[in-house]
Design a protein around this ligand. Structure first.
Ligand code: NAP
Length: 307
């Protein structure tokens, strides 16, 4: 029984060593050394190989990422489940990034850094955390972890998803109909949505207009969810105060991209979280063993929903 690893080549040997130590019954092949494709039962990949049809005994495709928007789900065989690995390391990374940036916006770090550059010593009034409203779009694995963690600081917390959720201490909203009510209360809006046909371009002029004046936005989801020009307009008009952008539609951006030098944009190179074999291995192996026992796996993608 063989698993083909087709993701970041630098981490391939670590995955192979982990399987050799903890699951020697599963042979690991590192792309492009596929061998006979009919011997591959499991594919752990960022993107599937183009000749996927030759992998006639493939049983499961495991995405080694939190999102699967890079997959063209319509091109994958219907009978092969696509399963994302719920890596606790990714949740930890996103919680760290969200905490860092929410606290920085809450405590006006970008403003104070600009002031220091200008040798300006001015203290501005503090807003208590209990009066700062943090809204998270997407209440899945990551959005829920972020909201739970931010509770420790005493922020007022809100969440929005497709379906109804109950998270202790968080006012939850659901669906398009409740989006305006949610947005109208978000001083800091954090996007942790998957990229689907429904969420493409969701961070646009209409959404920004529905936020309170002076709000800030953090995009940790995917770049194609943001309409770049609408963000620039909302920042330059003064309606939005600040944006933190971790993901872009084209990564890396061109040298001319207006976000590089914008004084109100804090840009990071898609570092919100990364999949580490050491933390993801346990979740992947657990899912493989579940599949072998005929049990339900965790993180199975619903093809029609797209996440
Ligand atoms: P998840 O567990 O699948 O959760 C997705 C959440 O989004 C769910 O709550 C879902 O609502 C909601 N949602 C989906 N479509 C929606 C829509 N049209 N309207 C309203 N809500 C919608 O995903 P996750 O593991 O939390 O990851 C979220 C995303 O974070 C990933 O897809 C990826 O794009 C991004 N990410 C970024 C980084 C980074 O480094 N920047 C790292 C990891 C992940 P329901 O609960 O109602 O289904």
């Amino acid at each position: 029984m063989a698993l083909l690893y087709k993701s970041d080549p630098s981490r391939g040997p670590t995955w192979k060593a982990l399987f050799a130590e903890h699951a020697p019954d599963i042979e690991i092949r590192l792309w492009p050394d596929v061998g006979d494709p009919t011997e591959i039962r499991y594919l752990a990949a960022w993107l599937p190989p183009e000749n996927l049809a030759e992998f006639s005994n493939l049983e499961v495709i495991y995405a080694l990422s939190a999102g699967v928007d890079q997959f063209d789900l319509s091109q994958l065989p219907d009978h092969v489940p696509v399963v994302r690995v719920l890596d606790p390391g990714i949740a930890q990374g996103i919680v760290e990034y969200a905490s860092l940036t929410v606290l920085s916006l809450h405590r006006q770090v970008p403003l104070y850094l600009r002031q220091q550059h200008q040798h300006e010593w001015t203290a501005h009034a503090l807003t208590p955390a209990s009066e700062r409203r943090i809204g998270v779009m997407g209440l899945g694995n990551l959005g829920t972890a972020v909201l739970r963690h931010l509770g420790a600081y005493g922020f007022k917390r809100l969440g929005w998803a497709r379906s109804a959720h109950h998270i202790e201490g968080v006012d939850c909203y659901a669906g398009k109909a409740q989006l305006p009510a949610f947005l109208s209360q978000c001083d800091i809006l954090l996007c942790l949505l998957p990229l689907t046909d429904e969420t493409r371009g969701i961070l646009n002029a209409d959404l920004f207009a529905a936020l309170p004046s002076g709000a800030s936005v953090i995009n940790l989801g995917r770049g194609a969810q943001l309409v770049d020009a609408d963000l620039l307009t909302a920042l330059d008009s003064g309606h939005l105060d600040q944006a933190v952008i971790d993901v872009l539609e084209q990564e890396p951006p061109s040298e001319e991209h207006p976000f590089w030098d914008h004084p109100k944009i804090w840009l990071t190179p898609h570092i919100g979280a990364m999949t580490f074999p050491q933390s993801a291995f346990g979740a992947l192996l657990d899912n493989i063993r579940r599949h072998q026992r005929g049990e339900a796996m965790t993180g199975v993608i619903e093809r029609l929903r797209g996440y």
